[in-house]
Design a protein around this ligand. Structure first.
Ligand SMILES: [Mn+2]
Length: 178
């Protein structure tokens, strides 16, 4: 099963339109993890199979959705800046092995308590020194998960450095929030 996962596009409709055109026929599901800041009837948003609600969304998208044991939510309701404790609970309640979320604008792929957590980054702009946004392509076969992060404008596969920087950044945030 192939999935396109984007998040935090924050009105960047040109990026959204481009990835929709590029991937709609290539993947089984297109997922937006929130903060599109677009209305329900936006033509690009309507191409997505699942869209959840972010803290910058006025439209009444659902707070979370479950698709084939995959939980999708923005993350602000579950305090993702503080860690994954609340999301682990949500995933356990719904028997999910994978959680797709956004909110931090930091692309990450992590495993906690036997649950995988993926943040595709922001389709607008990530936090970090490198100055661009990202999205993720996922291929799932028998609960084996392959993840590729891609540049939001060039579609090139991203280097591991940006993921390492992201983890350091999130750790700094956690210390600041203590
Ligand atoms: Mn957000």
């Amino acid at each position: 099963m192939k999935l396109l996962v984007v998040s935090d596009s924050h009105l960047y409709k040109d990026h959204l339109q481009r990835v929709v055109k590029l991937y709609r026929s290539q993947v089984n599901y297109m997922i937006h993890c929130g903060d599109s800041s677009l209305p329900l009837d936006n033509p690009y948003i309507q191409k997505f199979d699942i869209v959840v609600r972010g803290n910058h969304d006025d439209a009444p998208f659902p707070i979370y959705q479950v698709l084939q044991n995959i939980c999708i939510t923005h993350g602000h309701y579950y305090d993702v800046y503080y860690g994954y404790d609340k999301l682990i609970q949500l995933c356990q309640e719904h028997d999910c092995f994978l959680c797709l979320h956004g909110h931090t604008h930091v692309p990450t792929f992590q495993k906690h308590q036997n649950i995988y957590f993926l943040n595709p980054g922001s389709l607008m702009m990530n936090r970090g020194s490198y100055g661009y946004g990202t999205y993720a392509l996922i291929n799932i076969q028998n609960k084996d998960i392959q993840v590729e992060f891609r540049h939001c404008e060039t579609d090139e596969v991203c280097h591991q450095d940006i993921l390492d920087e992201g983890l350091d950044l999130l750790e700094e945030f956690k210390q600041l929030l203590k």
